[in-house]
Write a protein that binds this ligand. Structure first.
Ligand SMILES: NC(=O)c1ccc[n+]([C@@H]2O[C@H](COP(=O)([O-])OP(=O)(O)OC[C@H]3O[C@@H](n4cnc5c(N)ncnc54)[C@H](OP(=O)(O)O)[C@@H]3O)[C@@H](O)[C@H]2O)c1
Length: 344
């Protein structure tokens, strides 16, 4: 029998195992501080949020080379590098901003040389010697997954990263990757309204001992109840490209909210907390990483790790916000072609 000791950091929050680490049961997705849902917050607000997360016991931070085309890693490095001994740092490669004559564009590139160069740049931006968990953000279908994971395994051996993750992959791709090098975590979208991991990924994760990091766990804001009108979204807000947020589909989805909010009230928690509590109840091997620009929302979200919601209320939420009731696909056709996940 082999005994492994996990790396842990002090935290008042419940902890969950991720590879050789113990991290807070809820982590922080840092994307929104530089990218995605309208104009990013001012630097001082972002700084307060990151430090506030650390002080509240969150010790698992998620960023990527893609977010703000390097700006998010730079922000996380600037603010959190002095506290590097207090948290697990996760970032991603394989999808970055590349400069063309007409501007910077998002490019998926999983070639080994690109992965290694992206990691070097990330280490500089993050002001760290090692990244604890480094994900392949998207499987580049032009490159065998074994080659991309092989490059990540080289980075582990070189001491530049401590463990390997994959994002937006199926159970079949996870198995191929895991045969090359143990995979510590898969980061896929998982929430009450995105149950795709239940098709095959979750089973593969459990068989292989891989943690599922659930991104967009509060449905990109939908399950928090505050977003009621998509017409006001910023022109560059990525939700404008997503079928579920298209006006007609969104109107149908909105009709589910009052009953959902009533369940949260009955549970004595907020709608966002109910969404997170449901995810946490799906297994000890699931770690949600909500994103927020607001300290109050952050405290609310982390609070979901310490509440108890009656199983019958979780079941009611699961039946209400279900594949059968939610209108619209997760991604548009272009984005769907870029992922390797099984879509309903
Ligand atoms: N691997 C991938 O391909 C991938 C894709 C997407 C995201 N991610 C990761 O997952 C993280 C989270 O995903 P996400 O940001 O897309 O979706 P999310 O966490 O489901 O939702 C974020 C949205 O919800 C709002 N929100 C959060 N908590 C709230 C609360 N308690 N009350 C009211 N509103 C609340 C935020 O607005 P406020 O700012 O107003 O709080 C924001 O608009 C990202 O930061 C990123 O690290 C990964």
């Amino acid at each position: 029998m082999s005994i492994t000791t996990a790396t842990s950091w002090p935290s008042p929050l419940p902890q969950r195992r991720l590879g050789d680490f113990n991290v807070s049961a809820i982590g922080l997705g840092c994307m929104n501080l530089s990218h995605a849902y309208g104009a990013p917050p001012p630097a001082d607000v972002a700084e307060r949020l990151l430090l506030g997360a650390l002080d509240a016991g969150c010790n698992f931070f998620d960023t990527a080379a893609l977010y703000g085309f390097g700006a998010n890693e730079t922000l996380v490095g600037k603010v959190l590098a002095p506290h590097r001994h207090r948290f697990m740092l996760a970032s991603k490669c394989g999808m970055t901003g590349v400069t063309f004559a007409d501007g910077v564009k998002r490019v998926i590139d999983g070639r080994p040389g690109t992965i290694k160069a992206t990691c070097e740049a990330a280490l500089q931006r993050l002001q760290t010697e090692v990244i604890d968990l480094y994900y392949l953000h998207r499987w580049d279908k032009q490159v065998p997954i074994e080659d991309s994971v092989g490059a990540l395994a080289d980075l582990v051996r070189a001491g530049k990263i401590r463990s390997i993750g994959l994002s937006e992959v199926s159970g079949a791709t996870l198995r191929k990757a895991h045969a090359v090098h143990p995979i510590a975590a898969v980061q896929n979208e998982y929430s009450l309204w995105s149950r795709n991991p239940e098709i095959s990924l979750l089973g593969a994760c459990r068989e292989l001992g891989v943690t599922l990091v659930a991104f967009s766990p509060v449905a990109r804001g939908f399950l928090c109840g505050q977003l009621r009108d998509v017409s006001g979204l910023d022109a560059k807000d990525i939700r404008r490209t997503m079928p579920r947020f298209a006006p007609d589909a969104f109107a149908r989805n909105l009709a589910l909210l009052p009953a959902y909010e009533a369940l949260a009230a009955e549970a004595g928690c907020t709608p966002a907390q109910l969404a997170l509590a449901w995810l946490l109840a799906q297994g000890e091997d699931i770690i949600p990483i909500p994103g927020t620009t607001s300290l109050a929302h952050l405290h609310e979200d982390l609070g979901a790790a310490t509440i108890d919601v009656a199983p019958d209320l979780l079941s009611s939420a699961e039946a209400l916000i279900s594949r059968a009731n939610v209108t619209g696909r997760r991604y548009n056709a272009q984005a769907e072609s870029e992922v390797d996940t099984e879509e309903f």
